[in-house]
Ligand binder design. Structure first.
Ligand SMILES: *[C@@H]1O[C@H](CO)[C@@H](O)[C@H](O)[C@H]1NC(C)=O
Ligand SMILES: *[C@@H]1O[C@H](CO)[C@@H](O)[C@H](O)[C@H]1NC(C)=O
Ligand SMILES: [Zn+2]
Length: 218
């Protein structure tokens, strides 16, 4: 038999534990609600809808596309725009204007944006990389031959977006593409490590190809 006093303390401890677990569950629930379901798969091509309601909320758009929320591109944009602190993008080609606008919007809000891309395609016609750089976004690219063929992004170091999709309009409107969004900790950590590894590997301070260009930075 436990003494009545011991019993009382034990009950209090159990109650405190229950309350803290409950609070944590509520916190997680609210966080998920704010961000949407943390796990999701999107398929492209998808029926196109107008991105204006997401990219410039409050303004009226009279283009012929549907304006109600929906469509895989809207989903993807909504995800990206949910970033609060950081957005790390590692994509082979980046030429989609709505995706670039979303990234610029986040940059303007003070979200820390980093981009890794492929040195050949960043200069290709329609590439948005120049516009991102001009806005002051940090961009690094592959320094060795071999495609920088990744297509993933990390939001707030806690959600990974990955799949077959180039960030191009062709991929969004024409190609069969899949995009997986997950907050699985093991996946997020692995992608984060790969991103940081490449970010260091492509540090312009380490360029030795053209020593006279070293001072110019990325
Ligand atoms: C980056 O990879 C591409 C292949 O897509 C290659 O052609 C290019 O030379 C690489 N860049 C550098 C600086 O090695
Ligand atoms: C990605 O974009 C590049 C350049 O536009 C293109 O050559 C390549 O085929 C695309 N890949 C896919 C899977 O769409
Ligand atoms: Zn519109």
């Amino acid at each position: 038999m436990v003494s009545p006093a011991g019993c009382w303390w034990r009950r209090l401890a159990v109650a405190a534990l229950a309350v803290s677990l409950g609070l944590e569950a509520v916190y997680r629930y609210l966080r998920r609600r704010r961000r949407g379901t943390p796990r999701e798969v999107l398929f492209f091509p998808a029926p196109l809808s107008c991105s204006e309601p997401l990219l410039s909320p409050g303004t009226r758009c009279s283009c012929p596309l549907p304006h109600e929320a929906g469509g895989a591109l809207s989903q993807l944009l909504r995800r990206l725009l949910g970033a609060r602190r950081s957005l790390d993008i590692c994509v082979f080609t980046f030429s989609s204007p709505p995706l670039a606008r979303a990234v610029l919007l986040l940059h303007g809000r003070g979200v820390r944006v980093r981009v890794i891309t492929d040195s050949d395609y960043m200069a290709a016609a329609g590439s948005q990389i120049g516009a991102l750089r001009k806005a002051g976004i940090m961009v690094r690219h592959n320094q060795t031959s071999g495609f920088m063929h990744h297509k993933f992004a990390l939001l707030d170091k806690s959600i990974v977006i990955t799949g077959s999709m180039n960030w191009t309009m062709q991929a969004i409107q024409t190609n069969k593409e899949n995009v997986l969004i997950t907050d699985d900790g093991v996946c997020v950590r692995a992608y984060m490590e790969e991103f940081e590894r490449l970010w260091e590997e492509y540090d312009p301070a380490g360029y030795h190809f053209f020593p006279e260009d070293d001072k110019e930075g990325a």
